[in-house]
Every structure is written in structure tokens, then in C-alpha cells.
Ligand binder design. Structure first.
Ligand SMILES: Nc1nc2c(ncn2[C@@H]2O[C@H](COP(=O)(O)OP(=O)(O)O)[C@@H](O)[C@H]2O)c(=O)[nH]1
Ligand SMILES: [Mg+2]
Length: 490
């Protein structure tokens, strides 16, 4: 290595006129120095040539894949699916660090339920009639405008709701129900009181953007968390707020379960007034198991976790294709609007983009802009990705995600046409809705793609390990093959 060579002056073939010794004294020219310097110079040149060759080779074997899409589209879940397939041991090692995050997901769900009950009880006359007309999906273009009504005191953003299935089906718990709710509320207060401090501990002190709460993590969060807790996050009694939360959950598990199955909560869900995070039912159904003192998250728990990414997090692992090892690098990004500027520096040398669009989100709006329909935002974002010149060489994969949730919503009778008027009178059936959204994304690609490249499209349900794994293998191999073709690597 050049840095290991002791004398570094001899890069020229002509003898130096004089040589400055360590002491600063000028020495006369010397033939020995001349030949020696030439020899060393050649050695350095050879080393540099080899090093540059090695670097070139390593770069050619490096496959950089960016996971893009709006917040909650499933980017981090896809990253975990890649990890399960190609580096399952690393995921196994990380399981302890997911424990407090799973606990947080439950505490957050309990808090949301109690907040909603409080809100409903203090606004008994508040029905859906105060919700303005729903935004409609425009052809990709300006943001659709929808209603925004927020209560500044609680930062509670009221999003458009599906009207009650039966008019007059209002939220009116009986007096016995109110009594049990009140008891549960009091007993759950110590658990819910940990919400903010646990969020802050998990986020490493990151402050939240206006109106948003939750846990945000940057690269390396797992290491930080484990060292904060003296590496005891897995078993026994972790320190800090996470430890308190584990204990509080352990002692209130029956109350959590009782709240979750309470008639009033069922009613709020049926009326579509309670807007829980999508993974909340999964965690609340599993609350007893998760509250066990020696609980260690399993793979399904890790996949279901909602944890917001901040900035860009790189995950790297080797992939063997046809006997050659490739250095596969996934870049998982924060997808909220305020985070998207951080993507750009990674664009230039990206081998591939996997764009995720959750097509179940036709009745949802952005957290960061409650007027924008999420499908509309996905289409606009996909348009900017297709037309970005820096990405013109990148292999383009589109995953229309959350098909399981789309099916469940349609089955529950949620009508697409109510949120996306251009859907018209088409049947409210999965095949029709899925084709409609696919056609919209394909049209954006056809009209806007900067280099007329192929678009590889998949329908995905990212929590389904078996189905997703085969898609991952196909996508991974296709990306590497294209990379090989472009770089001439054999
Ligand atoms: N039901 C369902 N949930 C999903 C799917 N993909 C992701 N999720 C969940 O959606 C939430 C947000 O996913 P995440 O990967 O964190 O989104 P990101 O913000 O794009 O990284 C998590 O709770 C995931 O478990 C899916 O296909 N179906
Ligand atoms: Mg993420």
C-alpha cells in the first residue's frame, strides 16, 4: 500500500537536486537514492494500478437498489423480506432490538383507542355530516383538494371518513359499557403515559415533525438502542423506558385485551371512526404473547412493525448468482414529503429502483398533507421518478403493494368510487380495481418515462413471506442480470 512505503518523494525519474533529511539538513544528490526512488516509484504505480483495478471490480459487483415510495408503502418491509431471504441470520440477531418497538406499537394502538373514545364521548353529536365531499383522484397532475379539519389542542387531524353503514348507527355506549371503559382507562393510564418517552428513547431523541408522532429511526438505531440498554434488550430486564414499558405491559395485558374486545371499540371499528395503524389489529390480537416477560419477536412480528425511517439507511449483503458473489446494497428511505430530498444524492449510481405503491390506500390521505389522496400522491411521485434524468439507466420495478388490505377493504364494502370518482361505475371487485390502478401506473410510465425502459410490475402482499420470497428472487436476479449486461461483467 502506498501509505506503507517510507519514502514518498521519488515519483519522478530525474534525480532530485538535493534531499531534505528528517533533520531538515540538505544532503547532496546520490545515485543510490536515484535508483531506489525509481524502484519505489514503480512499486507504488503498480500498487495503485492494482488497487484501482480492485476498486473497479468491486464497483462492478456492487448492485445498488433504491426502495422508493410514499411513507407506509412497505419499503422497510420489503427490505426485511430481502434480509429474510438472503441474510436470515442477521435478522435473527436483530430480534431483541425489535422487542421495545413491538411494545411501542401496542402502546400506540391502546393510546389511539383511548383518545378516540375520549373524542367521541366529548363530541356526541359529531357525525360524518361535517365531512366535506371526498377528494377525487385526478389524472396525474395537481394535488387533489380534500377536507382538513384539525383540532389544534390535541393535534388530532380528522380525516375523511367512510359514513356509517347504517345511518343513525351512532356511538352510544350503555352505562355499564361506559363504566368498564372508565375503569380500563384508569388502569391503562400508566402504560399509555410511557408513549412519548418510549417514542423518544427509541428515536434516539429525534424530535417529531409538526402533527406527527411515532418512532423515527436512522441508520444504526439497533446498535444504539442495545448499547443504551447495556445490551440487555433481549432477555431479562432491559433498562430505560423500554424496561418500564415491558413491565407495564406485562401487568396490564388483561386490560389491553379487555379494551381490544370491548363492545365500544368494536362499534367504533364498525363505524370506521377508529383509525388504527394497519398493523395494530395484529399486535393487539397477539398482546398476551407479546406481554410475556421473556418475549422475543418472531419474524411475523418484525414484518408487521411500523417504524418510520429517517434519511437513507443502507443495508448490504452478498448475493450469489451463478457462482459470482454480488455486493447487494439496498437503500431504504424515509418516504414522507419532507424526506424525499434526501433521495437525490443516491440516484446517479443506482442500479435499480423498486417503487412501492400501496393500492389499498385509495381511501387514505397523507399524514403530512391530509388533503392529498395517497394513490394520487403515489402516481405523482412515480411520475417524478420515471421522468428523472439521473435515473434513466436504472432498472425500474413497480410493486403494487398491500393487495391483501385492498381485498379486505373491498370485501368490507368500502367503495372505490366514493374516493376516486373517475373509477365511475366499474365493479367494486378486486380484479377490476387492481387492473384500474395498474393501468394508471402503466400510463404514467408510458407517457413520462425518460428512457423508454421496460417496467417490471408485480402485485404484492408484503406480509406474505412465501409469496414475496419468490418475487424477491425474480426481481433480484433480473436486476443483477441487467447490471451484468450493462457493465459487461462476467
Ligand atoms: N397488510 C399489509 N401490511 C403491510 C404490507 N406491506 C407493509 N405493510 C405494513 O405497513 C406498515 C408500513 O410499512 P413500512 O415497510 O414500514 O413502510 P415504509 O414507510 O414504506 O417503510 C407496516 O406496519 C407494515 O407491516 C402489505 O402488503 N400488507
Ligand atoms: Mg420505512
Amino acid at each position: 500500500m502506498p501509505s506503507a512505503v517510507p519514502i514518498a518523494y521519488g515519483r519522478s525519474s530525474s534525480a532530485p537536486a538535493s534531499i531534505e533529511g528528517d533533520s531538515g539538513i540538505l544532503l547532496p544528490p546520490n545515485r543510490f537514492y536515484d535508483e531506489e526512488s525509481q524502484r519505489i516509484s514503480n512499486l507504488i504505480d503498480e500498487e495503485l494500478r492494482k488497487e484501482s483495478q480492485r476498486q473497479k471490480e468491486a464497483r462492478r459487483k456492487q448492485v445498488k437498489v433504491m426502495l422508493l415510495g410514499q411513507a407506509e408503502s412497505g419499503k422497510s418491509t420489503l427490505q426485511k423480506q430481502f434480509q429474510i431471504y438472503y441474510a436470515s441470520k442477521t435478522l435473527d440477531r436483530e430480534r431483541p432490538s425489535w422487542r421495545p418497538v413491538v411494545h411501542f406499537n401496542i402502546i400506540r394502538a391502546v393510546k389511539t383507542i383511548l383518545d378516540e373514545i375520549d373524542y367521541e364521548l366529548s363530541h356526541p353529536d359529531d357525525d360524518d355530516s361535517d365531512v366535506e365531499s371526498d377528494p377525487e383522484l385526478n389524472e396525474p397532475g395537481p394535488s387533489s383538494a380534500g377536507p382538513l379539519s384539525s383540532s389544534s389542542s390535541s393535534q388530532r387531524v380528522k380525516r375523511p371518513r367512510q359514513p356509517s353503514a347504517a345511518p343513525g348507527n351512532a356511538f352510544r355506549p350503555s352505562s355499564t359499557e361506559l363504566e368498564t371503559l372508565s375503569v380500563l382507562r384508569t388502569r391503562l393510564l400508566p402504560l399509555v403515559a410511557l408513549h412519548d418517552s418510549l417514542a423518544s428513547e427509541l428515536s434516539g431523541g429525534v424530535s417529531f415533525s409538526r402533527g406527527l408522532t411515532g418512532v423515527f429511526v436512522r441508520a444504526g438505531w439497533q446498535g444504539l438502542l442495545q448499547s443504551n440498554q447495556g445490551g440487555r434488550a433481549g432477555k431479562g430486564s432491559p433498562g430505560g423506558v423500554a424496561g418500564l414499558a415491558a413491565k407495564a405491559l406485562d401487568s396490564s395485558r388483561e386490560d389491553v385485551q379487555a379494551l381490544w374486545v370491548h363492545n365500544a371499540v368494536r362499534k367504533l371499528i364498525q363505524l370506521r371512526k377508529l383509525k388504527l395503524e394497519e398493523s395494530a389489529p395484529f399486535f393487539l390480537d397477539n398482546a398476551a404473547r407479546i406481554a410475556e416477560p421473556d418475549y422475543l419477536p418472531n419474524v411475523d412480528d418484525v414484518l408487521n412493525v411500523r417504524l418510520q425511517t429517517l434519511g437513507v439507511i443502507e443495508h448490504s449483503f452478498p448475493i450469489n448468482l451463478g457462482g459470482t458473489m454480488y455486493d447487494w446494497r439496498l437503500y431504504d428511505v424515509g418516504g414522507a414529503r419532507g424526506q424525499r430530498h434526501a433521495w437525490v444524492p443516491y440516484f446517479e449510481d443506482a442500479t435499480a429502483i423498486i417503487f412501492l405503491a400501496p393500492i389499498s390506500a385509495f381511501d387514505q390521505y397523507l399524514d403530512e398533507d391530509a388533503r392529498t389522496n395517497r394513490i394520487d400522491d403515489s402516481l405523482q411521485l412515480f411520475m417524478t421518478i420515471c421522468s428523472n434524468k439521473l435515473l434513466k439507466k436504472a432498472h425500474l420495478v413497480l410493486m403494487l403493494n398491500k393487495t391483501d388490505l385492498l381485498k379486505a377493504k373491498l370485501k368490507a364494502g368500502v367503495r372505490v368510487q366514493k374516493y376516486i370518482t373517475s373509477y365511475g361505475s366499474r365493479p367494486n371487485k378486486y380484479d377490476d380495481v387492481a387492473s384500474y390502478f395498474r393501468a394508471h401506473f402503466m400510463q404514467v410510465h408510458k407517457r413520462k418515462d425518460v428512457s423508454n425502459r421496460s417496467l417490471y410490475l408485480h402485485f404484492t402482499s408484503m406480509l406474505d413471506i412465501k409469496a414475496t420470497q419468490s418475487i424477491i428472487v425474480n426481481v433480484g436476479e433480473a436486476i443483477i442480470r441487467q447490471h451484468v449486461a450493462q457493465t459487461g461483467l462476467t
